[in-house]
Each structure stands twice: as C-alpha cells, then as structure tokens.
Design a protein around this ligand. Structure first.
Ligand code: FES
Ligand code: MG
Length: 598
C-alpha cells in the first residue's frame, strides 16, 4: 500500500479533490473498504453514509473540566443536523480541552499540544471538512492553528458567552468582577458573604467569559478573520440563535467542501489586518497578539508585531465592554455584535477579504445594524445608550494594544491602552523586582513593603520558557498597603501574559523573556524605568556597561522538568513576538492522505 518515496504519504490523490474520504476510505473496494466501513456500521449508519458524500469532522473541545465548553456536545447535535440536511456525513470526535480556570500551571502551556491533537486527528481520519467547536480562551486559537496546518475546509463555531453575571442589582463580568472584588475584599470594602454571593451570581449559565476577555476576543477574531459565520461571535451560549447558527454552520461546511474553500484561501494578510482592526475597535484582549501571530505562522503569512501596532493605530475604540468599559457580551449581541462594529469601521477594512460564507467581509456586514438599547422603563427608543458607539463618537482613538520597544524589550512588549490609566501612560519610576510570582504573592501582603504608587513593579521568569507556559499573572495585585489607601493602578512590567478580563497599566510579553537572558532578567530593585506609551518606548535607565556586568553574573534558571510535554515545550517554544508556537510546528503539512494502517 505505501506510496513509493514518501513513507508517510498515500496514493497522492490531491486532498483538495473533495473526495478525500471516499477515494481513500469509504469508497475502497476489498479488504480495506471492508475495514473502513464495517466498523463504522457498528454505530448504526446506513449504506448511504458511505456513498461519497462529504464527511465532516466535528472537532469538539467539550469537557466538564472546561466549564466554558460544557454545552458543546449539545451544540454538536445542531451542527450534525445541518450537515445531514446539506447531504454530508457528520462525525464528532473529541480533542484535548483546555480550561482557563482549573488547568495548571496555565492552559497556555498546552495550546500547542491541542493544536497538534487537532492537526493529526484531521489529517489521519477520513474527513473532507471540519467544524471546530471551541469556547474557552485557548480552545479557539489552538483548534484554528491545527486546522490551518492541515488546510481542509474549516468553519469555527464558538460556544458563545454566558449570560450577564448578576450581583445585588448590577451586572458583573466574568473575571473582571473577580479582580475588583478581590481587591475590595482585601481592602475591607466587601464582606465574605457578599464575595460568596458574587461567586454564585457571576457564572449562571453555560458559555465562556462574558466580558471582552480572551474567549470573546477569540470569537470575534475568528469572525473577523472570516472563519465563522457572520454574527456568530456574540450570541449568548444559551440563546436559541446560537443553535440556529451552529446548524447553519453544518450546512455551510458541506458546501465549502464542494467549493474547496480552505483556510489558506481565507487567512490572507488582508484577513489578518481586518482582525487586528476589529480587535482595536472592540477593545480586545492582549492575548490576541500571541494567538494571531501563531495562526499567521501556521498559514505562512508574514505578520509581525510592528504590523499589529501599525494596523491598530487610529482605529476608533467603539465597544463599551468590560474590562475596559461598562457592558457585557449579552448587551453586545443585542446591540448588533461584531457585524455592526465592522460596518462602522468599514473604510478601515480590507472589504474584499473572502470568508467562510463564500462572500467577502464587506458583503457580509453590508446590512448590519448598530442598535442602541433603551433605558429600562423608558418608551421604546426614547432614552437610549450605546453599547457600540458610532464611529463619530468613539470611546477613544488608537486605544488598541500598543507595541513597546526599548532596551528593556528589544523584541517588543505590549500594553492594552484602553485598559490602562491615562495618567500612567508616561511614567518614570523606581523598579521593585520579583524573580517569581510566588515571591510577589508573599510580598503583596507585607505592610512594611517599600513601595509607593510611583513604584514600577517588575516580575521576571514568567515567560513562555521560564514558567513554563507564560501564565496570566502580569496584572500583579496592588500591594495591600497601597490598596487600602485607594491606589487602584500602578505600572507593572513582566514577561507574563494577563487575563483578557484584567485591566491596569500593565506591560506584558516583554521579549526576550528573563529566562533566556533578556534584559528583564538584569533589572534590579531601585533601577529607574521609563514607560512612554505614546512614543512606544520602554527604557531601563541603567548604563550599558553596568548591564554587561550584570549579564556576566546572570545564571539561567533551572528548568522545572526534564521530561514529558513540558520538556518538549521548553526546548522548542518561540518567544511571544513569534506567537509562542513550537518552532517545528510553524507552517503546514497539508491534508495529504497517509499510507494504509493495515
Ligand atoms: Fe473559559 Fe474565561 S474561563 S472563557
Ligand atoms: Mg482568560
């Protein structure tokens, strides 16, 4: 059976013929066809399932350990209904699931592992196209990365956000409420009873975080890139329309297989530019930067950190969602969702970019409508407020994620401007340095800690290799003694990431990271640091000779393990400015069918 030459490849019918599963699996005569069909028939599929119709994989990141994705089995049923309707053969399968709230040391350590699971599952099985069911932060980019490396027709269906959280008469946002209430509890402004009530009211339905955190950001990214159906990103997880769009996605993927519309057709440089601009308009998470760079790497499109900064400049910030603003995803959906935003910024978009609908992004959003909400009790339309601002009245301009450079971050660092304090955007302060997050967590409670509101808090060794996995610890809690007197923001600098639900003047992803000997490793308590966001500058005010002396004394930290996945990760992970992919996963292998298994 093996083809001559390539020991992995099969007989070489181009996978893009649309008959990948038929020619190589279910249409085969003789022994192999018997094997491929017979065992599948054990599930009760009738003969016509094997008649050459497109076989659609439903790649499911469902898991009860990923609460944000706990409803994806049910969503898969709607996708299947659509696939059958359109004349396809749906087959659901599980892949590794990554939940933000439980998984240690950080779900980010496993994003690339999920991508490998997705990639190999797609390539090695009889599939002509795939629907990716995702939700919690890493499940969306990890699944897209894997699918992009295979390049079979692909549609993303995200699980949708939770309903708005509720606590004592107000809406509270996933994550964002936790950071705020924790500070309030620490400062004695909130009782333990109220803290428990908030815990129960925050996550009251299926779905992912309903702030504009990383999961919502990734859902919007998938839609802005053209990988999920128009209007998908914001529909709440429990809204019936989420199930309708899942069914439509199932119908659409069958057509996409026939059209041979693949991720490589959709994920062009224009699509990436659109996603970056949309992200600036929605006030999306900083994690967007790393995931977008990793996806670009898989499809071989040249996108750099500097491109991201350039594309985001001048984009009006329109979406008033927590953590940067006031409202939540449910409100965003009722206000028109991402299509309404994209229509507002249409002149800034590459409107010809093709999407999974088979139409361009410009066509998709042509009839989108921005809807203002009526204040409860007022007559319809009389007193309204805008969750999505009109382009002429933005919340800010150029408030997206900025890329900083300087001797402290030669290869770049990022800051989310919309989540930072204006008064700290130009700041000079003395460093207080911590070499681990555990060290910081101890110090933060210390009433004697030598810190004031101008201090620059510096955290080292929390980068991709150093931790490993680059945890979301960059939004260091304000030291208790300062929180108690009302300090609510300080400049914080690290090689870590931060949760998309977090906020503050937080410089992240400092590259190269401390653990590989980046200048961040050489900062000492008492050094002066200058942050100038408008000038995109991050400067350590220490003479070069002194830094060289410190470098000579520097010892790399001992890796925490010498085996298993973490070992492979530490040995191969790229820096944040390259998306933290594994170096050998960059690029794609395609969907070439492998040689026979028996
Ligand atoms: Fe899953 Fe926030 S914890 S999306
Ligand atoms: Mg998160």
């Amino acid at each position: 059976h093996p083809a001559e030459g390539n020991v992995l490849a099969g007989e070489g019918v181009p996978a893009s013929s649309g008959r990948r599963s038929f020619d190589h699996w279910f249409g085969e005569k003789g022994r192999n066809g018997f094997i491929h069909r017979s065992w599948m028939k054990s599930q009760g599929f009738s003969e016509e399932a094997f008649d050459g119709r497109p076989v659609i994989g439903i790649c499911n990141t469902w898991s009860e350990l990923t609460p944000c994705n706990a409803h994806l089995r049910r969503l898969a049923d709607s996708v299947k209904r659509g696939v059958w309707q359109a004349g396809g053969f749906p087959l659901e399968f599980p892949v590794m699931s990554l939940g933000e709230t439980l998984l240690r040391p950080t779900a980010m350590l496993f994003r690339n592992l999920l991508s490998m699971d997705v990639e190999e599952s797609l390539r090695g099985n009889p599939l002509d196209g795939v629907v990716l069911l995702t939700g919690c932060d890493k499940t969306t980019p990890g699944s897209i990365m894997g699918a992009a490396s295979v390049d079979l027709p692909t549609v993303v269906v995200t699980g949708g956000p939770m309903l708005n959280g509720k606590f004592r008469g107000c809406d509270i946002g996933s994550g964002t409420a936790v950071w705020r209430f924790t500070q309030d509890l620490n400062a004695g402004r909130m009782s333990a009873e109220d803290f428990a009530a908030a815990e129960a009211g925050q996550s009251r339905s299926n779905g992912h975080c309903m702030t504009m955190g990383t999961a919502s950001t990734m859902a919007c990214m998938a839609e802005a890139l053209g990988l999920q159906l128009t209007g998908s990103a914001a529909i709440p997880a429990v809204d019936s329309r989420r199930y309708v769009i899942a069914q439509k996605s199932g119908q659409r993927i069958v057509e996409m297989v026939k059209e041979d519309l693949k991720p490589s057709d959709i994920l062009t440089r224009d699509a990436f530019a659109n996603a970056v601009r949309a992200n600036a308009a929605i006030g999306g998470s900083t994690n967007f930067v790393i995931h977008l760079l990793a996806i670009a790497g898989r499809v071989g499109v040249d996108v750099t950190l500097d491109d991201l900064d350039e594309w985001a400049r001048g984009v009006p910030w329109l979406v008033d969602l927590q953590p940067s603003g006031k409202y939540l995803m449910e409100d965003f959906y009722y206000a028109g969702g991402l299509p309404a935003v994209m229509k507002e910024i249409l002149p800034l978009l590459k409107t010809d970019a093709i999407t999974v609908t088979g139409k361009t992004i410009g066509e998709n959003v042509a009839n989108a409508e921005r809807i203002e909400a009526t204040i409860p009790g007022a007559a319809p339309g009389s007193q309204t407020y805008a969750v999505i601002r009109p382009v002429g009245d933005p919340l800010g301009s150029g408030a997206g994620t900025a890329v900083l450079k300087g001797n402290l971050a030669p290869d770049g660092a990022v800051i989310k401007q919309s989540a930072a304090s204006e008064r700290l955007s130009r700041h000079r302060g003395k460093a207080l340095v911590f070499s681990s997050i555990e060290e910081y967590d101890k110090a933060v409670e210390d009433p004697e800690l030598d810190v004031d509101e101008d201090t620059v808090l510096v955290l080292q060794n929390a980068g991709p290799r150093g931790y490993p996995g680059m945890p979301e610890v960059g939004n260091l809690t304000i030291p208790r003694k300062l929180a108690e007197i009302g300090v609510d923001d300080m400049v914080r600098i690290s090689d870590a990431r931060m949760s998309g639900t977090a906020y503050g003047t937080v410089v992240l992803h400092v590259t190269p990271e401390a653990a590989v000997g980046g200048p961040l490793a050489l900062v000492r308590t008492g050094d002066w640091i200058e942050l100038d966001v408008p000038a995109r500058r991050l400067h350590l005010d220490v003479p070069d000779e002194e830094l060289e002396k410190r470098r000579a004394d520097w010892q790399p930290p001992t890796p925490p393990t010498d085996r298993g996945w973490a070992r492979l990760y530490i040995d191969h992970v790229t820096q944040a400015n390259q998306g933290c992919d594994l170096d050998f996963l960059v690029g794609r292998t395609g969907s070439t069918v492998a040689r026979q298994s028996h």
